[in-house]
Design a protein around this ligand. Structure first.
Ligand SMILES: *[C@@H]1O[C@H](CO)[C@@H](O)[C@H](O)[C@H]1NC(C)=O
Ligand SMILES: *[C@@H]1O[C@H](CO)[C@@H](O)[C@H](O)[C@H]1NC(C)=O
Length: 349
């Protein structure tokens, strides 16, 4: 281990419950596993995973199954909608994360965002076509004037998309397009912070003219970082127990917290774009998807409130993936259909 890079062991005596409002979660004791497995298989999930309601659709763990619908197997064109006032520096962090997903240059860097996306690309449709490894930003639209106000409902998010696709040169790309709506710190969204940090769904033709897969993620920096930007902010009861917040890799709690949520939602959108492909559970209105199964896990040995072994840079900032232009990110692991466990490229050999 070099001085400026070491594996960071971080665990809590008090288990963190993702859902700050879920007062029914019992407090249990987390012990450090000195012989951790490479992959984490929550077949008998810790309570924090099974009871989490942070993301759309989380519920009891059931075997992940394919329900015959499409996955995003064509090259994925992301259309970004910046809703509200977004500083350029924040946009750059998020753009760099999205640009890191595609493998452009071959590299022997195993702990890259592109390698993280490889797990997502293992999902196939009934023709055997895999989720695409090509992900580009095809267009950006800034809705700086809050066209639908500063309090959005789930349905008005579709109106935001409709407004964006009606404005040239932003387009309707019903073949390869997905729409990613990012709301600024001052925008509240229905269920944001209480039940969700982000969600994905598809638009209704009556609202947008087409059925388009989309995801929304909000900047929780001023509203609920301890819920949606964990572990860069922690709930008060954990600070009492001595656990500290981790330093975000790009020095912005809200935006660095969004990165993992964006990764979670994009992975689910790609493998379950119309909510009829890959999910666990019997109830399609409450699917447990490939991100939900690994929420809160970022490295080897994680689980039950412990994020797993991740890295620190020479300034003490936490990360588990390298991105383009020397960027670093902390992104949760994804359920692998091959390992039948949560997997990430920073797993220890
Ligand atoms: C990527 O991260 C790993 C740690 O997993 C590190 O050893 C490596 O040097 C990084 N690569 C680059 C290109 O920064
Ligand atoms: C496609 O997915 C299958 C099943 O998970 C996997 O075995 C295969 O390696 C994937 N192919 C590519 C090109 O990623």
């Amino acid at each position: 281990m070099s001085q400026d890079l070491f594996f960071f062991f971080f665990f809590f005596l008090l288990v963190f419950s993702h859902s700050a409002c879920d007062s029914s979660s019992p407090i249990t004791v987390q012990t450090l596993d000195i012989n951790p497995p490479h992959y984490y298989n929550p077949k008998l999930p810790p309570r924090t995973l099974s009871s989490s309601k942070k993301f759309e659709g989380s519920s009891e763990f059931v075997d992940l199954r394919y329900h015959m619908g499409p996955v995003l197997s064509s090259p994925i064109n992301i259309y970004l909608i910046w809703y509200g006032k977004w500083p350029q520096s924040h946009k750059l962090i998020i753009n760099d994360f999205l640009l890191s997903i595609s493998t452009t240059t071959p590299s022997n860097d195993h702990s890259s965002v592109a390698e993280w996306w490889r797990t997502v690309s293992l999902y196939t449709d009934q023709t055997g076509a895999n989720v695409s490894r090509s992900v580009v930003i095809a267009g950006e639209y800034s809705d700086q004037r809050y066209s639908h106000g500063t309090q959005l409902s789930r349905l008005s998010i579709q109106q935001v998309i409709a407004t964006a696709v009606r404005s040239a040169p932003f387009q309707i790309d019903h073949k390869n397009g997905i729409y990613l709506i990012l709301t600024s710190v001052d925008v509240t969204v229905e269920d944001f912070c209480r039940a969700v940090c982000g969600f994905h769904y598809f638009t209704f033709p009556s609202m947008v003219g087409y059925t388009l897969p989309y995801a929304w993620v909000g900047n929780s920096g001023k509203q609920c970082p301890e819920v949606c930007a964990y572990p860069f902010a922690i709930p008060g009861y954990m600070a009492v127990s001595g656990a500290g917040a981790l330093l975000p890799p790009n020095s912005d709690v809200g935006v660095d917290g969004m990165i993992s949520v964006i990764g979670h939602e994009l992975a689910e959108l790609a493998s379950n774009p119309l909510v009829n492909a890959w999910y666990a559970g019997e109830d399609p209105t409450a699917p447990v998807e490939i991100g939900d199964l690994c929420e809160g896990l970022y490295g080897t040995g994680g689980g039950g409130g412990y994020i797993g072994q991740v890295m620190k840079d020479n300034q003490g900032r936490t990360f588990n993936l390298n991105g383009t232009k020397g960027r670093k990110f902390l992104v949760q692991w994804i359920w692998s259909p091959v390992f039948k466990a949560c997997a990430g490229p920073n797993a220890l050999d």
